[in-house]
Ligand binder design. Sequence first.
Ligand SMILES: NC(=O)C1=CN([C@@H]2O[C@H](COP(=O)(O)OP(=O)(O)OC[C@H]3O[C@@H](n4cnc5c(N)ncnc54)[C@H](OP(=O)(O)O)[C@@H]3O)[C@@H](O)[C@H]2O)C=CC1
Ligand SMILES: CC(=O)C(=O)O
Ligand SMILES: [Mg+2]
Length: 764
Amino acid sequence: MDDVRKDGLTDTRTARITGEEALAMHAEGRPGKLEIRLTKPLVTARDLSLAYSPGVAEPCLHIHRNPALAYDYTSKGNFVAVVSNGTAVLGLGNLGALASKPVMEGKVALFKRFADVDGIDLCLDTEDVDAFVNSVRYLGPSFGGINLEDIKAPECFIIESRLRELMDIPVFHDDQHGTAIVAAAGLINAAHLTGRDLKTTKLVINGAGAAAIACAELLKAMGMTPQNVILCDTKGVVYRGRTEGMNQWKSAHAIDTDRRTLSQALEGADCFFGLSAKGALTAEMIRAMAPAPIIFAMANPDPEITPDEARAARPDCIIATGRSDYPNQVNNVLGFPFIFRGALDVRASTINDAMKIAAAQSLAELAREAVPEEVARSGAGKQLVFGPEYIIPNAFDPRLISRVPVAVAEAAVRSGVARKPIIDTQRYSRELASRLDVAANALEAIHERVRENPKRVVFAEGEDETVIRAAINFRNAGYGYPVLVGREERINATVAALGVRLPDGIEIHNARLSSQNRRYAEWLYARKQRDGFLFRDCQRLVNQDRNVFAACMLAMGDADALITGETRSYSATLEGLNMALDHEGVLFGLSMMIARRSGTVLVADTAIHERPDAATLAEIATRSAATARRLGLTPRVAFLSFSTFGDPKGSIPGSIREAVKLLDGAGVDFEYDGEMGADVALDAHLRASLYPFCRLTGPANVLVMPGLHAAHILTKAVPHLTSATTIGPILMGLRKSAQIVPTGAGVNQLLDMAALAAYQAIEK
Ligand SMILES: NC(=O)C1=CN([C@@H]2O[C@H](COP(=O)(O)OP(=O)(O)OC[C@H]3O[C@@H](n4cnc5c(N)ncnc54)[C@H](OP(=O)(O)O)[C@@H]3O)[C@@H](O)[C@H]2O)C=CC1
Ligand SMILES: CC(=O)C(=O)O
Ligand SMILES: [Mg+2]
């Protein structure tokens, strides 16, 4: 552990984040990553009487008579405890219960993000097996499942098997079975690509702990020959007759062999599984492996060998790691959210081998399928074609949620451990899909695409501290090459005061001293001379207004995208950009509201038109619908008003009805209707009961606002009143790619908008 840097990140060559960023993220706002939210209103005395005493007595008595009703009247059925004592935190070793909490909160966050499973982290401050088991066994009534995490071997084996006997809900040690399932899926595909049969494949597993033993067990259950699987630990090969550092779980996998070291074990081996520690595998070792070796270096956060090192030594290898910043992430994040989702949905009493194998097979099959276009758009990843660089689905693949839980739930039903049947598989699969916010997934895909096509992005307000921080993070994230507009000495002083250094790949341009000034001024003069601008006006603007200078850079092809707005008002900033940038069609602002409950909703126009006319509304609707589609949504556009189809009466903006008519005439290929209130737009049940003639087939996901007042109020109020995240307004309709953040935006907002500007530049 000595080599772990103070800031917690060990590999800065590939990490797209810094330790400082990770700490800042965890400390920002409410510390940590979790909070608890109420699912029922608790406002009035009546609400309280229903939710608590006396009303709460009713469900208590019903559950007392029939325990299965706990799934109907409490959160039990969707609630998982993530339990650890911190004795094997990732590959960092025994950090103790308290220091394991960030990882456990992270696991809970992943449960929610990928499979809509609610969870809580329970960090137990004991290394005593009995104390651990007793702490957990009595918690069963609260939970639908127990996910054990980062508990070292061999204690984890005893803890898990005792809890499985004592509890009537799934108890699943993720580091064992989650890892084994995902690794098995990857191996099935890697073997397929290299023409290997599992029966004859020779595997060396480095590590003989929780994850390693579970991998050996599952792979043997799936057909690998025991004599072909060699385990190694810190003492070398686990051979029959060895006495040092042994336990019964290692002994079960000990084989008769003369090989004693990892190097010897790897001679001629087909496959390496690393479930040990950073750097345990060397280039020399893998040179001795069989042709087209399969190398899964799964230690976290740093693998046994990096993909670059592995490929340099063995260009013919298939390499996977546990990290998200390399291709082929073999990590249990692909397993536990979806496995528990399926198990919870059929109220399984356990997660058995049939369910594990079903999960592994469904993951493997998914990677082999042709990637549909919407997945390519909304599922991040470099190469989404089945092959050496894509042997396992990406964690952001939106198909995972509707496929893996179904396979697991069906296996639970078949093997007799389900307490609730699946009545209609198709319907279940559709319900699963609706649990995932595809647009949120698509944002990750956008970031990935930006990384693959790094652009030169000019940060117009380059002297501002927040902007400098955002530019540094932009560069570190691999999004492209920032150009800071400002005075070099000022920028350098701010950078020094921040205690950081400018990474390579960031340029500084002083507008006043730039060699390009004359070129920009002449170009601007040619553009504005018949708009009342003299040459000296243009020269002054280029020298003194950083937005104009930056816009000229963009217009003249010296940069690909532009980000600004941090220090000046929106209108003043836009005025500067408009000096040099042309429009294509209507200019408008599109905001993305990512709400946890109802998914993503696009709102427009949130930036430009105070009272848009009918043609403008129709164009905004059409282009917003196209954006929704690019984000993986099926667009359903609602033109909002205070009134719904004429009720209440009043001076309904005629422009709205006219916009609907214009779209009728244009024969567009998306759903739209209006005018309607926001409640009617978003509540499909209300609409079906009161306005069955309305043409929207589900809740609206594109809200076209009647005017800027309403749009501003909505997008500014919602983040404060709810947990929704708002991105934007994203400026639409400039021929070149420029974005304006709201004044005083934070580093992350600037970073996201700069990435969006870069993305627009790629798409143009
Ligand atoms: N990618 C993924 O999804 C996952 C990755 N992992 C990673 O696997 C690793 C092990 O985790 P886990 O099984 O939970 O931990 P355990 O503590 O249960 O087991 C660790 C094992 O690794 C062995 N080991 C440690 N260092 C070395 C080394 N340099 N050479 C050979 N063997 C070594 C230990 O040997 P000994 O028995 O001699 O002490 C022990 O057998 C971690 O790095 C973890 O991050 C784990 C789960 C999921
Ligand atoms: C991924 C994981 O669970 C681990 O490395 O421990
Ligand atoms: Mg773990």
